[in-house]
Write a protein that binds this ligand. Structure first.
Ligand code: HEC
Ligand code: HEC
Length: 297
């Protein structure tokens, strides 16, 4: 606020307080039962009764309280008040207190490795809170994912389910790219793939189709998905031999994938979460697929 407006507010505030007092004292002179000359409807008289004493006093006290408040708290233009209180400082103090409490909660878990944290109920509830606040929007509150967002509760990992791989995924993010590779294939080659890839795990598949599909797969897809189709965790290319689909499965879903390509981004969290928070939420995720207490991914 410019100096002019600040002074203006100060003058107006004092003028209002003075005005209130003037009104109060100006109207408290009457005596009980003192009549004015005003008469209406023949017998309706106006008296000049003063305000009840207690009421008058409450008004005066209110003005005194107001003056005291303005002396100690900000209210008069740019003047800060003697206590130096500001809402920003109050909020900062509250935030500092919460941060300190959070650090204390995490400090208790320092030095424990992720499999141990995954079995620690207090770490799991902290991890769940971080998960719900930062991850559930994409992976679902139950971490079971959705189309394009991997399920984190199973043992099917795009990038690996070891503690280190999970921490790496969360801290630095991942970016899976499958090019629209089907565009460069002949119709026959595409047909051979679509007759086979969606049904890889189906043991009743016609062996001739499997063989033809496999041949095409070895040429076009194996560099990324592996000759055995089990994927490559360095690229994030999924295992195609199980019946777990990140996108849609079936002839249609797989056809879409090879014709349009797929791109997925898991955002990096190293600038959003502290290293402690990353470890604890990684332990939460690790725990989801190790409910039975085994230690190997
Ligand atoms: C904006 C959406 C989004 C958010 C937020 C997000 N993720 Fe992801 N996450 C993804 C996508 C998409 C993938 C798959 C990336 C790919 O296919 O390349 C993924 C992959 C992963 C993987 C790898 C899964 C595997 O099979 O290897 C893990 C682990 C993971 N996320 C954990 C988390 C955690 C923990 C959080 C919260 C701290 C989080 N994600 C927040 C979208 C998100
Ligand atoms: C350049 C490497 C690369 C090549 C070549 C490639 N893929 Fe992929 N593929 C990927 C990656 C990476 C993903 C995961 C994309 C994502 O997470 O968004 C993927 C995803 C898929 C999916 C989705 C899996 C699911 O769970 O929904 C299918 C199906 C697929 N690829 C089939 C194929 C087929 C068939 C070929 C050969 C015609 C092929 N890919 C060639 C890298 C590749």
């Amino acid at each position: 606020m410019s100096a002019f407006w600040s002074d203006w507010v100060i003058v107006i505030t004092f003028a209002m307080m003075g005005g209130c007092l003037w009104l109060l004292f100006g109207n408290s002179r009457g005596k009980p039962g003192e009549s004015t000359d005003h008469v209406w409807d023949d017998d309706l008289r106006e008296f000049n009764n003063p305000l009840p004493r207690w009421w008058f006093n409450v008004f005066v006290l209110t003005v005194i309280f107001g003056a005291g408040y303005l002396a100690f708290y900000p209210g008069l233009g740019n003047l800060g008040g003697r206590l130096g209180w500001t809402s920003t400082k109050q909020m900062q103090a509250k935030l500092d207190e919460l941060t300190a409490r959070r650090h204390a909660a995490f400090a208790a878990l320092a030095g424990k490795d992720i499999p141990a944290l995954a079995k620690d109920p207090s770490a799991q509830s902290l991890g769940r809170a971080v998960f719900l606040g930062n991850c559930a929007g994409c992976h679902g509150a139950d971490a079971r994912g959705a189309v394009g967002f991997p399920n984190l509760t199973d043992k099917d990992w795009l990038y690996g389910g070891s503690p280190e791989a999970i921490v790496e995924t969360i801290a630095h993010g991942r970016h899976g790219i499958m090019p629209p590779i089907g565009l460069g294939l002949t119709a026959d080659a595409r047909q051979a793939l679509l007759d086979f890839v969606p049904f890889w795990s189906d043991t009743t598949l016609d062996p001739a189709k499997r063989e033809a599909g496999m041949r095409q797969f070895a040429i076009t897809c194996a560099p990324c998905h592996g000759a055995d189709g089990k994927g490559n965790q360095a690229l994030g290319s999924p295992n195609l031999t199980d019946d777990i689909w990140l996108f849609k499965g079936g002839r249609e879903g797989v056809g879409d994938t090879i014709m349009k390509g797929r791109q997925s981004t898991m955002p990096a969290h190293e600038n959003i979460l502290t290293p402690d928070e990353i470890r604890v939420v990684a332990a939460y995720v690790y725990g989801l697929s190790h409910q039975d207490g085994e230690s190997q991914p």
